[in-house]
Design a protein around this ligand. Structure first.
Ligand code: SAJ
Length: 407
C-alpha cells in the first residue's frame, strides 16, 4: 500500500493515477474538510480529466484519511513555501510530514518527497530532522526525492507521459521507487542521487522563467520602438535552434515564479542572470499597468469603473490564483488610486475574492469600455466576437480584432 501525504494540486492527481493503475492507495491530508469533500465523491479543484480519473480511482478502491498509515512506502507532496525576503525555501511542511510518518512507519520504510525543494534541502534540513528524531537513514528509513513535473492544465496527460527523475542514496531503493512510478508512467525514469534530482527540478523551472523574462524584455524593447514582438518571436522561432516563449502580463503560479528564487537565495553572488530575470518577470504587472494608463489616456478614458480586467487566475483554464499577475496589478492600482473601481471577471473564480468582481461575461462586458485580457481562458477565445466595439488591450495575443492594443 502507498500512503500519499498531501492531497493538493500534485498529491491528489498522483494518488488517483496510482490507484487507477491497480496500486492500493490511501491519501492523507490534515485538512478534514478536504478529506470529507473527497470522501463525498467530489474533487477539490478543476483540472482537465481530473474528475474522470477520480471516478476511476474510486472504483479501484482509493481511500482518503486524515491519519498517516502504517505501510512501507510514503509519498510526500506538501507545499514548500519560500521566504520572500531571504528567497530561501521553507521546508517546514516537508519536515513535519516526515516526522509524522516516522511515528507510524515500520523499520525500513521509504519516504519519497515529491515537493519541489532547493538543492541541498534534503541534506541540510530533512536528514538532520530524521536523525535528531533518533532514526538511522538507510536502515530505519530510506529517503528519496522524486520531483513532480506536471503542468497545471494538462496534469493527467503529463503524469502518464512525462519523463521522471528519482534521486536516492541507495540505487536499489531508487529502482524500487522507479518500479512504483512505472506502474503508470510511460516516460523514461532516470535514477540519480538526491541533490542532482533536487537541482534538475529547480533548473527546469528556472530555464522557463529566464526564457519568459527574455520574451518580456523583448516586449519592452519592441514597445519602445513600436515593433511587433509577436511577429519577431514567430520568425526567430523558425530558426531550428531558437525557441523563445511568449511575453505576458507577468509570471504567476507556485512554480516558475518561485523556484528560481531558491537559486538566487542560495547563490546570491553567482545567480546573476536568474536574479535579473526574476526581477523582470516580477515587474511585468507594473509594465502592463502603465500600458493600461497609456491606453486610457490615448482614448480619453477617465472613468476607472469602465475598465474591465478579464482573468484572475495565473494562467489559462485553471482555477489557481497563486501569484496571479492580475492580483498584482490590482494591488498596484490600489496603491495609486486607493479604491480601484475597475471591474474584474474570471469564469473559473466563482467566489468573491476582489472588489467589483462580476460573475457573468455578458454583464461584465456591458459594464466596461476597455477590456484588458490578462488570461487567455478558452471562454474568451470562444466569445471574441462579443468584444467588438470595445477598446481591447490583449496581453496574451488571443484576440485578432483590428485595432487591438498589445503589450
Ligand atoms: N507564461 C508566460 N509566457 C509563456 C509561458 C508561460 O508568460 O510563454 C506564464 C504563465 O501565464 C504563468 C507562468 O508563466 O503565469 C507559469 O506558467 P507555465 O505554464 O509556464 O508553468 P506552470 O507554473 O503552470 O508549471 C511549471 C512547469 N514547468 C516547466 O514547464 C519547466 C511544470 O512542468 C512544472 O511541473 C510546474 O511548473 C511545477 O510544479 O514546478
Amino acid at each position: 500500500m502507498i500512503n500519499v501525504i498531501g492531497l493538493g494540486y500534485i498529491g491528489l492527481p498522483t494518488a488517483l493515477m496510482m490507484a487507477s493503475h491497480g496500486v492500493e492507495v490511501v491519501g492523507t491530508d490534515y485538512n478534514k474538510e478536504l478529506v470529507e469533500t473527497l470522501r463525498g465523491g467530489h474533487t477539490t479543484f478543476k483540472e482537465n480529466g481530473l474528475d474522470e480519473l477520480f471516478n476511476q480511482a474510486l472504483k479501484s478502491g482509493i481511500k482518503f484519511s486524515t491519519e498517516y498509515q502504517v505501510t512501507d512506502m510514503y509519498i510526500v507532496s506538501v507545499p514548500t513555501p519560500y521566504d520572500k525576503f531571504s528567497k530561501k525555501v521553507n521546508p517546514c511542511y516537508v519536515i513535519s510530514a516526515i516526522k509524522s510518518v516516522l511515528q507510524v512507519a515500520p523499520k525500513g520504510a521509504t519516504v519519497v518527497v515529491e515537493s519541489t525543494v532547493s538543492p541541498g534541502t534534503m541534506e541540510k534540513y530533512v536528514r538532520p530532522a530524521v536523525e535528531e528524531a533518533g532514526y538511522i537513514i538507510g536502515e530505519d528509513i530510506n529517503l528519496v526525492h522524486a520531483p513532480e513535473r506536471i503542468i497545471p492544465g494538462n496534469m493527467v496527460y503529463e503524469l502518464l507521459h512525462n519523463n521522471r527523475t528519482i534521486g536516492a542514496d541507495d540505487r536499489a531503493i531508487g529502482e524500487k521507487v522507479k518500479e512504483l512510478y512505472a506502474s503508470f508512467c510511460q516516460g523514461d525514469i532516470v535514477v540519480t542521487d538526491i541533490k542532482t534530482a533536487e537541482m534538475t527540478k529547480v533548473v527546469e523551472n528556472t530555464f522557463r522563467a529566464v526564457n519568459i523574462a527574455f520574451a518580456n524584455e523583448l516586449a519592452r524593447i519592441c514597445r519602445h520602438d513600436d515593433m511587433d514582438v509577436y511577429e519577431i518571436i514567430k520568425i526567430c522561432n523558425m530558426h531550428p535552434r531558437v525557441n523563445i516563449l511568449q511575453p505576458g502580463p507577468g509570471v504567476g503560479g507556485h512554480c516558475i515564479s518561485v523556484d528560481p528564487w531558491f537559486l538566487v537565495g542560495d547563490y546570491p553572488s553567482l545567480a546573476k542572470v536568474i536574479d535579473e530575470s526574476m526581477k523582470t518577470n516580477d515587474s511585468q504587472p507594473d509594465f502592463v499597468l502603465n500600458r493600461i494608463y497609456e491606453i486610457m489616456k490615448e482614448n480619453n478614458l477617465t472613468d476607472v469603473s469602465r475598465i474591465g480586467l478579464y482573468g484572475l487566475t495565473y494562467k489559462e483554464n485553471v482555477d489557481d490564483m497563486r501569484e496571479s499577475p492580475t492580483l498584482q496589478i490590482l494591488e498596484s492600482m490600489e496603491k495609486h488610486l486607493c479604491d480601484p473601481k475597475v471591474k474584474v471577471y474570471d469564469p473559473f473564480i466563482t467566489k468573491n475574492v476582489v472588489l467589483n468582481q462580476m460573475h457573468n461575461l455578458d454583464e461584465f462586458l456591458e459594464s466596461v469600455d476597455l477590456v484588458v485580457i490578462l488570461v487567455g481562458h478558452n471562454e474568451i477565445i470562444e466569445n471574441i466576437n462579443k468584444l467588438k466595439g470595445k477598446i481591447i488591450f490583449d496581453t496574451r495575443k488571443v484576440c485578432d480584432i483590428p485595432g487591438v492594443y498589445r503589450i
